[in-house]
Design a protein around this ligand. Structure first.
Ligand SMILES: Cc1ncc(COP(=O)(O)O)c(C=O)c1O
Length: 358
C-alpha cells in the first residue's frame, strides 16, 4: 500500500462554517485569522486563500511565513505575531506590506533608524502571560515612540491570554483589566481574544479577535466539546488497513511487547504511525473508526503503523480507517495521548497528502 493512502481530508466548507461561528460570537469585531504553523497543519496557503475573502487580516508567527503567502499572491493584510528580529526583516516587511507586532525595546531601536516603505505596527502589551510584550507601565512610552517614527504607522495594541481555556481561572479578568488600564488615552484598536476568548469571554472581544484553533474545528475550552460549541472538524485523517493477522492467545504485539492478546483474535495493521504525526504516547482508551465502529488501538505506535483489535468488526484489507475527524474529534485523540489538539494538528507531517474539498 503506497504512502498516499494516508491523507488528510481538508473540508473548506467546515472552515467557513467555523468562521461564521466566530462572527456570531463576536459581532462587529474585525477578525484576524491565525494561519501560522502551516495553517495549524492544514496547509497555510490553501487555508489562507479560503479564509481571505471572509476575514479582515491573517496572522502568522514569523516573517518567512508571511512572505511565502505574499509571494503566492495573497493580498489580504498579514500580521506577523513575533515581529522583526533584524534590520533585514524591516525592509522585507516594508516591501511586502506586512504588519509587525512590536513587543520589545530592541525592536523599537531597530525601527527608529528604519527609513523604508511605511510599516503598520501592533504594539504588544504583556498583561500576564510573561512571554512577549511590553510591561504595562512601559506601554505608553513605547506607543509614543512608535507614533513618532517616520516610517511607522502604529495601528493597534495587542495582548495574549494565558488561561482563557478555563472559565474558572481569574487570570483572564485580570488581563482584561490591565489591558483596559494600559490603553487609556491611547487611540489604538485593541485585540485580546484568541479562540477561547471569543467563545467564553465576551469582555475580551474589543476591536479585533484572533481565532486560531476554533477555525479548525477543535475545542479551545476545558470540558467543552467542539460539537457542543457548534464547530465542525476541518481535518479528517485517514489511512488504510494494510494487513489482518490472527494472533494466538497470550502472544504480544509490537515494540516492547507491551500488549498481549487476551484470546486468539484478529489484529489489524493500519498504515499510519508517528512518522505521519499520529501520537506515539497514546493511552489504552485510544480508538480509531473502521466501518463506522470505534476500534481499540493496541500495542505501541510505530513510525509507519499501528495495530488495532478487530474482534467484532468484519474488516478487510484496504478498508479506510479514520484516525480523527468528523466522527472522532481530534480533542478526544489528544486527551488519550496526554496532549492538546494543537500539537496533533500541527504535527501532521509532510508525507501526509492534504486533499482539499469544498
Ligand atoms: C498571539 C496569538 N494570537 C492568537 C492565537 C490563536 O490562538 P488559538 O489557536 O487558541 O485561537 C495565537 C496562537 O497561539 C497567538 O499566539
Amino acid at each position: 500500500m503506497s504512502a498516499s493512502s494516508v491523507y488528510a481530508d481538508i473540508n473548506l466548507a467546515a472552515l467557513r462554517h467555523n468562521l461564521s461561528v466566530v462572527r456570531r460570537h463576536a459581532p462587529g469585531c474585525r477578525v484576524m485569522a491565525v494561519v501560522k504553523s502551516n495553517g495549524y497543519g492544514h496547509g497555510a496557503l490553501e487555508l489562507a486563500c479560503a479564509l481571505a475573502p471572509g476575514v479582515d487580516a491573517l496572522a502568522v508567527a514569523r516573517i518567512e511565513e508571511a512572505l511565502a503567502l505574499r509571494a503566492a499572491g495573497l493580498h489580504v493584510p498579514l500580521v506577523v505575531l513575533e515581529g522583526p528580529v533584524g534590520e533585514e526583516d524591516l525592509h522585507r516587511s516594508g516591501q511586502a506590506q506586512l504588519q509587525l507586532t512590536i513587543h520589545h525595546e530592541s525592536q523599537l531601536r531597530l525601527l527608529s533608524s528604519y527609513r523604508g516603505a511605511s510599516i503598520d505596527c501592533w504594539l504588544k502589551c504583556d498583561t500576564g502571560m510573561h512571554r512577549l510584550g511590553f510591561a504595562p507601565d512601559a506601554v505608553a512610552s513605547a506607543w509614543a515612540a512608535l507614533t513618532d517614527m517616520p516610517s511607522v504607522r502604529a495601528v493597534g495594541l495587542m495582548t495574549h491570554l494565558a488561561c482563557a481555556d478555563d472559565r474558572a481561572n481569574p487570570m483572564t479578568a485580570y488581563q482584561v483589566e490591565r489591558m483596559q488600564v494600559v490603553s487609556l488615552g491611547i487611540a489604538a484598536q485593541r485585540s485580546i481574544a484568541n479562540s477561547a476568548g471569543i467563545l467564553a469571554w465576551p469582555e475580551t472581544h474589543m476591536d479585533w479577535v484572533r481565532p486560531g484553533l476554533m477555525l479548525y474545528g477543535a475545542s479551545p475550552l476545558l470540558g467543552r466539546s467542539a460539537s457542543d460549541l457548534g464547530l465542525r472538524a476541518v481535518m479528517s485523517l485517514h489511512a488504510r488497513l494494510i494487513a489482518i493477522n490472527v494472533v494466538p492467545a497470550g502472544e504480544t504485539v509490537g515494540y516492547g511487547a507491551t500488549w498481549a492478546a487476551p484470546e486468539q483474535m484478529p489484529l489489524g495493521v493500519v498504515g499510519i504511525g508517528y512518522g505521519d504525526g499520529y501520537p506515539r504516547q497514546i493511552g489504552p482508551e485510544a480508538r480509531v473508526v473502521l466501518r463506522g465502529r470505534r476500534v481499540p488501538v493496541v500495542g505501541r505506535v510505530s513510525m509507519d503503523m499501528i495495530t488495532v483489535d478487530l474482534r467484532g468488526v468484519a474488516a478487510e484489507v484496504g478498508d479506510s480507517v479514520l484516525l480523527w475527524g468528523d466522527e472522532l474529534p481530534v480533542d478526544e485523540v489528544a486527551a488519550w495521548s496526554g496532549t492538546i489538539p494543537y500539537t496533533l494538528l500541527c504535527g501532521v507531517t509532510e508525507r501526509v497528502e492534504r486533499r482539499y474539498r469544498d
